[in-house]
Write a protein that binds this ligand. Structure first.
Ligand code: TUI
Length: 311
């Protein structure tokens, strides 16, 4: 039922891409998702090149399945990571928070499948023209850096605007979300927040507990005033940030507050002064499971939903 063009393109069993969560999605998580039949992704985020190289080596040791790297285009290391993925013969790249146009030719010359994340039909069309192999349409229910449109509105419009496969993202955390994305024309889904609490995810336990305990309305968007809106779970840092934004504080000072805050929460477990990036679906994520259990539960459940509809 879910054998789409994405499966044959990437050589995977289930058309599911793991979200490229900076400072969270490492070689361990990527390998676990790939071993379970999806496509695991190592997030480069704002990390140094050597860190990303080490995570790639880790994933290579843990799986013989294909896995990818997410390149966060706002990072000052983006260009170096763009070259690293060619050197390391990475099979798939997802990109976020910008337009990867200037790297496309280099990646295509290295036979890499390129799947940019977009938040608009305009960028989706540009990416298709530039040679993208598929598109991730990510709605603002997602965690981290977001665009303006919801998944429900964005996804079908992107599906209509390109002919390459479209992957739905943002707010997809169970079999119902997966089935809904396919109803909107998706040929795959990207899941982030639910994998964050997986057994194989090495994010700090305090971060996992925050996700498990989150309710529907516990995420907020900070950074609209600086032009870099980011969805996070509400905590002392987000409240401080929102007050400063209301007071029209200096943009540079606000940006500085954000840098390093994600790492502080994800690696050090400081969920008071750190940034807990997560999607709106965190309220639905209530149990820790292996990546295999998550993927199989979602696809088997979605199959049942769609079967029940066709009676
Ligand atoms: O990239 C993400 N989510 C992220 S990146 C990240 S790391 C970070 N750290 C500190 C500050 C900011 C980010 C955390 N979460 N998602 C993919 C995504 N890309 N969502 C939306 C977009 C997007 C938005 C506008 C992509 C392109 C775009 O327009 C670019 C253009 O030039 O048209």
């Amino acid at each position: 039922m879910f054998e789409t063009r994405l499966c044959s393109m990437l050589g995977i069993k289930y058309p599911m891409i793991q979200g490229g969560m900076a400072w969270i999605a490492d070689g361990n998580l990527a390998a676990a998702v790939s071993n379970a039949g999806g496509i695991g992704i190592i997030a480069a985020g704002t990390a140094p090149v050597d860190y990303v190289r080490a995570e790639i080596k880790k994933a290579k040791a843990l799986t013989d399945k294909p896995f990818g790297v997410n390149i966060m285009l706002l990072s000052e290391n983006a260009e170096d990571i763009a070259k690293l993925v060619c050197e390391e013969e990475i099979k798939v790249i997802t990109t976020g928070a910008g337009n990867p146009g200037k790297y496309m030719d280099m990646w295509k010359a290295n036979n890499i499948k390129v799947i940019p994340v977009v938040a608009s039909t305009a960028l989706a069309k540009r990416m298709e023209r530039a040679g993208a192999d598929a598109i991730i349409a990510e709605g603002c229910e997602a965690g981290g850096h977001i665009g303006e449109l919801t998944t429900m509105a964005l996804l079908p419009q992107v599906v209509d605007s390109v002919s390459i496969p479209v992957i739905g993202a943002g707010g997809i955390g169970d079999e119902r979300g997966l089935a809904a994305a396919f109803m909107l024309g998706a040929e795959g889904v990207q899941v982030g927040t639910r994998f964050l609490v997986s057994d194989e995810c090495t994010v700090h336990e305090n971060y996992k507990e925050k996700i498990i305990n989150a309710k529907d309305i516990d995420s907020v968007v900070t950074g609209r005033s600086t032009g870099h809106p980011v969805r996070v779970l509400r905590n002392q840092l987000s409240r401080k940030y929102q007050i400063l934004e209301k007071e029209n504080s200096d943009k540079e000072e606000l940006e500085k507050m954000g840098i390093g805050a994600l790492r502080k929460a994800a690696r050090e477990g400081d969920v008071v002064n750190g940034s807990i990036m997560a999607g709106q679906i965190a309220g639905l994520v209530s149990k820790k499971q292996s990546c295999k259990e998550i993927i199989e539960e979602m696809f088997l459940g979605a199959k049942d939903i769609i079967k029940a509809l066709s009676i």
